[in-house]
Design a protein around this ligand. Structure first.
Ligand code: 5AD
Ligand code: SF4
Length: 462
């Protein structure tokens, strides 16, 4: 009988991609995916360590799972609980000590070994032993060389990890410790995977990496390709109509990558380019290796290459030592750049990072005040960006049925969600639209999405 697995994903898009690959590894090992932990033989929590209390959230989830696990034991069956991802990597031994219900802890670099690790757990269970296994190695061999093909169709928009790890060591961030050193997949491996995804129906590919624009993948001729070159190559694949990439560091925004925004029509006019802060003093303390004006110049160059490019960013308020004047510099940068979308956070000290032991931690109430002020400004920019699209006609990649009857959901070139209203006749055959790029006239802009109608004459209501 086939075994069942429930995979729960926390955190970033790289974890979403990893969970899909974990699903592929387990499908090849005879597991069927289910949508909840109830009745599952195996539960994998693919965890994220970036925010405060990340581990606490995992422990409370394990507590809930333990009740299910105990109930299954009472019926003479088992449930294996596996912790994957960055919390597992960072706190594996501690997790094994604190939560005896956890059977297996593995990191982001060892999930290709899951079948062997599970076999060890199961063999021990069969002998009535606890059989708990920890594998948070950074193996010398590349996990990507050991992964089976994609088990399920990716949908119209697919993720593809091309780069992992980070050598930047921003002083607030845990990623260099949990994901390890920067590494890039070879060009041929990326192109082969992109080709398979296109064959399975993907029309849009988002190239992923913690520092995706630091990509330098080996080419067959012995040289290495940067991200600009890789984008050109992916754009040549039949069926790939849209390309995106995330997340980028300003320092690696090379001339070749900026030129790709001008030269590759499939590269969408949207870029997530975190700056974190607008004060040079704080950027230096964060070890960001660029100043605020360097960032402004990069944005100017991007806009010269692709005038309609929409920008998104990440911001941290209340980094240790941040004064009111420093914070004002962040607001000034936001006003200068103008964002279509953004994420902003209160600084939170992460154990093991250099900034966590700095004197001069900013008071919580002050952090909250600054965050509210920054978010008000970013929200108003996002609303203005969305409002400015009303009356325009965009190509929208249709991804899936919408939440409301009579609607389907897609994305604009600028990465906005677009709710498309269809007439009854079109709705009855909406399946034909999924995975196609259609012109849509935008009728309204909300804070987080747009709505509109198909603009092609053959699809308009009679
Ligand atoms: N405190 C607050 N925000 C953080 N981020 C990363 N580490 C921290 C931290 N210690 C934010 C950064 C990063 C995003 C993914 O998470 O803005 O770009
Ligand atoms: Fe973290 Fe900085 Fe690396 Fe981004 S560039 S993952 S913020 S250390």
């Amino acid at each position: 009988m086939s075994k069942s697995v429930f995979i729960k994903t926390y955190g970033c898009q790289m974890n979403v991609y990893d969970s899909q690959r974990i699903g592929d590894v387990l499908a090849a090992d005879g597991y069927t995916a289910v949508d909840g932990p109830d009745g599952a033989d195996l539960v994998v929590l693919n965890t994220c360590h970036i925010r405060e209390k990340a581990a606490e959230k995992v422990y409370s989830e394990v507590g809930r799972l333990k009740a299910l696990k105990d109930a299954r034991h009472a019926e003479g069956r088992t449930m294996i609980i596996a912790i994957a991802g960055c919390v597992g990597q960072a706190e594996g031994p501690e997790m094994m000590r604190r939560a005896p219900a956890i059977d297996l802890v593995l990191g982001p670099q060892t999930y290709h070994r899951l079948p062997a690790l599970l076999a060890r757990v199961e063999a021990a269970h069969a002998e009535g032993k606890p059989g708990r296994v920890l594998d948070t190695d950074f193996p010398a061999d590349d996990k990507f060389d050991h992964l089976p093909g994609e088990a399920t169709a990716p949908g119209p928009s697919a993720f593809l990890t091309v780069q992992e790890g980070c050598d930047k060591f921003c002083t607030f961030c845990v990623v260099p410790y949990t994901r390890g050193a920067e590494m890039s997949r070879p060009v041929a491996a990326v192109l082969a995977e992109a080709g398979r995804l296109a064959g399975l129906g993907a029309r849009e590919i988002t190239l992923l990496g913690q520092n995706v624009n630091a990509y330098h993948g080996a080419r067959a001729d012995g040289g290495s390709a940067d991200l600009g070159e890789l984008i050109h190559r992916v754009a040549e694949i039949d069926g790939i109509e849209r390309i995106r990439y995330t997340t980028s560091h300003p320092r690696d925004m090379t001339a070749s990558l900026i030129a790709a925004h001008r030269d590759v029509p499939q590269l969408m006019p949207y870029l997530h380019l975190p700056v974190q802060a607008g004060s040079d003093r704080i950027l230096k303390a964060m070890n960001r290796s660029h100043g605020a004006d360097d960032y402004r110049r990069i944005v100017d160059d991007l806009r010269a290459a692709r005038p309609d490019i929409a920008l998104s960013g990440d911001f941290i308020v209340g980094f240790p030592g941040e004064t009111e004047a420093d914070f004002e510099a962040t607001l000034a940068l936001v006003r200068d750049v103008t964002y279509a979308q953004a994420y902003s956070f209160k600084y939170s000290p992460r154990p093991g990072t250099p900034a966590s032991v700095l004197a001069d931690q900013v008071d919580e109430a002050e952090k909250s005040r600054r965050l509210a002020a920054l978010q008000a400004l970013l929200d108003s920019q996002q609303q203005a960006f969305n409002d400015a699209t009303v009356g325009r006609r965009f190509d929208v990649l249709i991804e899936r049925p919408g939440r409301r009857p009579g609607q389907i959901l897609g994305r604009s070139p600028y990465n906005q969600a677009v709710h498309v209203t269809l007439d009854d006749q079109t709705m009855s055959s909406y399946h034909a639209l999924i995975g196609t790029v259609f012109p849509v006239t935008i009728e309204a802009g909300g804070p987080n999405s747009l709505s509109g109608r198909i603009a092609a004459p053959q699809w308009t209501a009679a």
